[in-house]
Unconditional design. Structure first.
Length: 426
């Protein structure tokens, strides 16, 4: 059902995730070996073969419901075995999701989180980062840090302390989802790792203190005693390195000294974000055809009223405004950042730009924004603003809009968790 670009992406991603292991229909790793005969054959040797017809397969007389129920039972058993092996302190009887939805792919910490991050100055990072490269921009209590996706693609989680606060910065390449959270849970600081499992193609994290499993895209504890608990979201954006560099002259940058050799700068999922392409793992739950599954959206939910700004509309209009839960939100877009999931080397990816969502208030008063000569300006003073919500020229230069929690997702990833999302195109 997929085109050549999609097939290549799926094959590459699957190869990375499952490495050299195969599996049978029950999810059990399998291996085959072919033995070569020993000794030399003689010219007098004769071979007699007898042809045996294949037996007629027995028809499957089960109903679709019975087949689905058996698949759920099989999936539940696989997940329980995975949790018992890798998370013995987790009580899988306490869960907010069906265990059959969880797909074990790698062992615990098969993808290593970064737990002792090291940072470069802007000048040092200029030596190895190109202007167009995508980074996660995150600022807390005046401490601004950039987390390059050329690193996060290979590690997915960074446990950090920013502005004196324990946080995690996360990235799921299969969903193109970058989200930052507080890692304080019930007053205790947790350390998070990559569980080795996915749900709906999205990263499942775990905390090392309780071995609870957490869904990255929702921030919810889904399996374990605290199931239903929620991590606190923090504002972050995917922007170009140049955008971060210009906006945060005192900022620092996660560097490649992580204690583990990796092919930083390479994309392990080439062609994965091609329009019309599929997901690595089958996703029957996704049925929302309002947008292409791999359309990037800037998603916002200020309280049970999710909205999504498609990049196709943002790149054309640059400024879009909408309401979520009665609160007005303005979305900005600007070119510059390349896709981390396009070509084999990130820097060669196509330019997709960056987006951010903000409250359109200046000194507490409502403000309106528009595009003039390709720049974002407020209609009151004509000051120019960038994608990070900062006035960079004019009477308001240096003013910062309040960012709202938003994230850049693939449409399938957001829609399958938030099917009631309103799509904003004008």
């Amino acid at each position: 059902m997929f085109g050549r670009r999609s097939a290549l992406a799926v094959a590459a991603g699957a190869a990375l995730l499952v490495a050299a292991c195969g599996s049978d229909d029950d999810g059990t790793a399998t291996a085959t070996a072919t033995a070569e005969p020993t000794g030399a054959a003689t010219s007098e040797a004769t071979t007699t073969t007898t042809s045996t017809p294949f037996p007629t397969p027995t028809p499957d007389t089960r109903t679709p419901e019975e087949i689905q129920e058996q698949a759920r039972l099989n999936g539940t058993a696989r997940t329980q075995a995975f949790i018992e092996r890798d998370y013995p302190r987790n009580n899988f009887d306490v869960a907010t999701v069906g265990l059959w939805e969880i797909i074990p792919v790698l062992p615990r910490d098969g993808i290593r989180s970064i737990d002792s991050p090291n940072f470069d100055s802007l000048e040092e990072a200029d030596e190895w980062l190109e202007d167009q490269e995508p980074v996660i921009a995150f600022e807390l209590n005046g401490d601004a840090r950039a987390y390059p996706l050329q690193i996060l693609t290979w590690h997915e989680i960074v446990n950090d302390v920013v502005g004196g606060e324990p946080v995690i910065v996360t990235y799921c390449p299969l969903c193109n989802t970058a989200i930052a959270f507080s890692r304080v849970v019930d007053g205790e600081t947790r350390e998070f790792g990559v569980s080795g499992a996915l749900r709906r193609n999205d990263l499942i994290m775990y905390d090392r203190e309780t071995e609870t499993l957490w869904q990255q895209i929702t921030g919810e504890a889904i399996v374990g005693e605290p199931a239903g608990s929620q991590l606190d979201f923090l504002t972050s954006q995917i922007v170009s390195w140049a955008d971060f560099h210009d906006s945060f002259p005192e900022g620092t940058v996660l560097n490649r000294d992580t204690g583990r050799a990796a092919n930083y700068g390479e994309n392990p999922y080439p062609l994965y974000d091609a329009p019309g392409s599929g997901t690595i793992f089958r996703l029957d739950e996704f049925e929302d055809g309002r947008l292409d599954a791999k359309e990037r959206v800037l998603a916002v939910d200020l309280g049970d009223d999710p909205i999504a700004f498609p990049f196709t509309a943002l790149s054309e209009l640059v400024v879009l405004e909408a309401e979520s839960a009665g609160q007005t939100v303005v979305a900005f877009w600007q070119p510059g950042a390349v896709s981390p999931l396009d070509e084999s080397f990130i820097i060669a990816g196509r330019n997709i730009g960056a987006a951010g969502a903000f409250l359109p208030l200046i000194d507490g008063a409502p403000a309106a924004f528009e595009v003039r000569d390709g720049s974002i300006v407020d209609t009151g003073t004509g000051s120019e603003w960038n994608v990070l919500g900062r006035a960079i020229d004019g009477p308001l230069a240096g003013t910062q809009l309040e960012a709202v929690v938003s994230a850049n997702h693939f449409w399938f990833a957001w829609a399958v968790f938030e099917p009631d999302t309103r799509v904003i195109t004008s």
